[in-house]
Write a protein that binds this ligand. Structure first.
Ligand code: ATP
Ligand code: MG
Length: 152
């Protein structure tokens, strides 16, 4: 029984906007549905963890965007923010368990450093992949998940 990543993302977007009204938020959804085989609660957790990071590791007022699109065979979700970014050195480490960037902004946010390792595990368990592009002012986490058979 496929689940629809569009439905999951719309719910995650609603939750984000309710909880994080200090961040301008945009949801950009091109396809009407993205059917996947997977656990909807865990896919929601993937989006929630990435959206929460985009809010708590940036200043209030920093724009956050959730984009969904289809590539042949794949559902693609991008979580983007206009925050300070993650240095190239730290980009290699942020998916490690308990790794947190050692700066005042991260220390103040009080997390455990598990969120991205959970994202990586859950996306991999669904047959997908997560990647990161970041520079000051533009950070994008890209999640690719296989569309269910017969969908393109
Ligand atoms: P947790 O998610 O367990 O509550 P956390 O957010 O600190 O804690 P991760 O989600 O694993 O842990 O993120 C690891 C580190 O990567 C963060 O501590 C932060 O330094 C950095 N980071 C993650 N997302 C962003 C982002 N969007 N912008 C800037 N830094 C980020
Ligand atoms: Mg986190």
């Amino acid at each position: 029984e496929p689940v629809d990543l569009v439905e999951i993302a719309v719910a995650a977007a609603d939750g984000f906007q309710a909880a994080r009204s200090d961040h301008p938020f945009t949801l950009e959804v091109e396809p009407s549905s993205l059917p996947l085989v997977g656990d909807p609660m865990r896919l929601r957790q993937v989006l929630d963890n990435l959206l929460t990071n985009a809010a708590v590791h940036t200043d209030p007022g920093t724009p956050v965007t959730l984009r969904l699109r289809a590539e042949p065979g794949w559902a693609v979700a991008e979580i983007a923010d206009g925050g300070p970014g993650i240095s190239p050195e730290n980009q290699a480490k942020v998916f490690d368990r308990f790794y947190r960037v050692d700066d005042s902004r991260t220390r103040g946010s009080g997390g455990t450093g598990l969120g991205l390792s959970v994202v990586h595990s859950l996306v991999t368990a669904h047959g997908g992949a997560v990647s990161l592009q970041s520079q000051p002012g533009a950070t994008v986490f890209t999640v690719r998940l296989p569309l269910s058979a017969g969908q393109v």
